[in-house]
Design a protein around this ligand. Structure first.
Ligand code: GRF
Length: 216
């Protein structure tokens, strides 16, 4: 690894997590260089956010490839070509294969809008509301072969309010995501994350919870 971590971000949509990451890079609280942003969808708003920040972008439409493996091989080529050491999935809507996992072992992160292992998959915020939980939140984890499953790096919690809709709850969870994702990347950049089976040990002082949990 060089002196500053080189990361690549994969997006499919609005890219607000990407924006939060770019903002933390810009204000110096995230010591990392975003070398490339890739979207599988040309219309992804996050592409414009990246361009505005002067970050190189690529559109690699998954539909142009005959298989998931072939698509992932193209992603690996592009990421390696940009010198990427850490792959950051930020609202990337494709399931990834062993092609990508084996190219970047323990070097792919994802963020999911629930307190894993609850509410994996799509519409996690709605799942949480429908289940009736009092506490919801977001999880940053390393990616493994199973969806929303790999070792957990950081989580942040929010109280569920009686009047919440999936949208209002989702917005509060997103605000937490924007705090914990850059933090998790910074911990990785500092070499402080040690994966031991399902557990991620954080070397040095434990980061404070984000935000402090408010009883609902
Ligand atoms: C976030 O809720 C994230 O947890 C999920 O996809 C959404 C992406 O949002 N994986 P954005 O594109 O970063 O705004």
């Amino acid at each position: 690894m060089g002196s500053v971590l080189t990361a690549g971000v994969l997006i499919s949509g609005s890219g607000t997590n990407l924006r939060a990451i770019l903002d933390r890079v810009a204000d110096g609280s995230l010591a990392c260089r975003i070398a490339l942003v890739i979207s599988n969808r040309p219309e992804a708003a996050g592409l414009e956010r990246a361009r505005t920040a002067g970050v190189p972008t690529r559109v690699i439409p998954h539909r142009d490839f005959p298989s998931r493996d072939a698509f992932d091989a193209a992603l690996v080529d592009a990421l390696r070509g940009a010198g990427v050491e850490l792959v950051v999935l930020a609202g990337f809507d494709r399931l990834i294969t062993t092609i990508l996992l084996e190219a970047f072992p323990q070097r792919i992160m994802n963020i999911h809008p629930s307190l894993l292992p609850s509410f994996k998959g799509l519409h996690a915020q709605r799942q949480a509301l429908e289940y009736g939980v009092r506490i919801a939140g977001a999880t940053v984890h390393f990616v493994d072969e199973a969806t929303d499953h790999g070792p957990i790096i950081l989580q942040g919690a929010v109280a569920v309010e009686p009047e919440d809709t999936a949208e209002s709850l989702g917005a509060r969870i997103l605000a937490v995501e924007h705090v914990i994702y850059p933090k998790a990347i910074q911990l990785f950049a500092e070499g402080r994350l040690v994966v031991e089976g399902r557990h991620v040990r954080i070397r040095g002082p434990r980061p404070a919870p984000s935000p402090p949990l408010v009883p609902g």
